[in-house]
Design a protein around this ligand. Structure first.
Ligand code: DGL
Length: 284
């Protein structure tokens, strides 16, 4: 008698360099409570923001293939940096696959600003990217944009430093140019940053409005999700190229979701190159 392996349940595949994309996962759960979600944290290769464009694209393609093998029918790139450097290659490789990217919401930030001075906090690789330049050209004509690269910030967040003196010192340094420019609106252009939103708001002051894009990303995924409902309660699976137990623990502490299954990314998805390299044209 032939034995057939059951097909994996359809799911939404979500990935980021580490824990940042969990801020998108949280919104996806809110928008689509009945859909299985699969989250990959590429922790062994974080931060992407200090990597080359080729490296980020190679990792994104390998992780997407893994998620498709696990039954993903829609991919959410829960990372501004990977969207900037890999989404074009992903769309070329899988032309019919629905893929939702995450990009700094320049257009809504411009609409929300009263004084036309807007700060953007993002990774060096996002700020150096052509997609970011194109967003500014299309949506920020005549506005003053202070784009602040934040090297080191993702490292602290990955280390769980969400409210420590080291975090406050770095935020004070990174926010100084924004305060000097008297921006009234600041955009979090990296999915990690909402994890330190309270500390950021304290550093910027109460008069500055702090915007993020994660809710809009989840709503776009919901618009594109057309799969039939699956039976039984919706599952969330976690996978990490680093320590899966540490990821599950972070999810429990940051999102309040206890006891989620977490696995290791198979070795086939190990790094294309191991050394940390400078981004193509880092902004600092
Ligand atoms: N969370 C990411 C982003 O939105 C990536 C941060 C990083 O790995 O540098 O850009």
């Amino acid at each position: 008698m032939n034995q057939t392996t059951p097909l994996p349940r359809p799911s939404i595949g979500v990935f980021d360099s580490g824990v940042g994309g969990l801020t998108v996962l949280r919104e996806l759960r809110r928008e689509l409570p009945a859909v299985d979600l699969r989250y990959v944290a590429d922790t062994a290769h974080a931060p992407y923001g200090q990597r080359s464009a080729d490296y980020i694209a190679a990792r994104s393609l390998a992780i997407t293939q893994y998620l498709l093998d696990q039954g993903a029918r829609l991919i959410v790139v829960a990372c501004n940096t990977a969207t900037a450097h890999a989404i074009a290659a992903m769309r070329e490789r899988w032309p019919t696959l629905p893929i939702v990217g995450t990009e700094p919401g320049i257009k809504p930030a411009v609409a929300a600003s009263r004084n036309g001075r807007i700060g953007v906090l993002a990774t060096p690789a996002t700020i150096a990217s052509e997609r970011f330049k194109s967003l500014l050209q299309r949506h920020a004509e005549g506005k003053q944009i202070v784009a602040q690269p934040c090297p080191g910030l993702v490292d602290l967040i990955e280390a769980g430093e969400l409210d420590t003196p080291a975090l406050h010192a770095l935020l004070a340094q990174l926010c100084a140019p924004l305060r000097e420019a008297r921006v009234d609106t600041v955009l979090m252009g990296c999915t990690h940053y909402p994890l330190v939103q309270a500390a950021l708001q304290r550093t910027l002051g109460p008069e500055v409005q702090l915007l993020n894009i994660e809710g809009a990303v989840a709503r776009q995924a919901a618009r594109l999700w057309h799969e039939a409902a699956t039976e039984g309660p919706a599952a969330i699976h976690l996978a990490s190229s680093g320590d899966p137990a540490a990821l599950a623990d972070f999810v429990r502490r940051a999102l309040g979701w206890p006891n989620l299954p977490a696995s290791s990314l198979p070795p086939a998805d190990a790094p294309a190159q191991s050394a940390r390299t400078a981004p193509a044209a880092a902004g600092g």
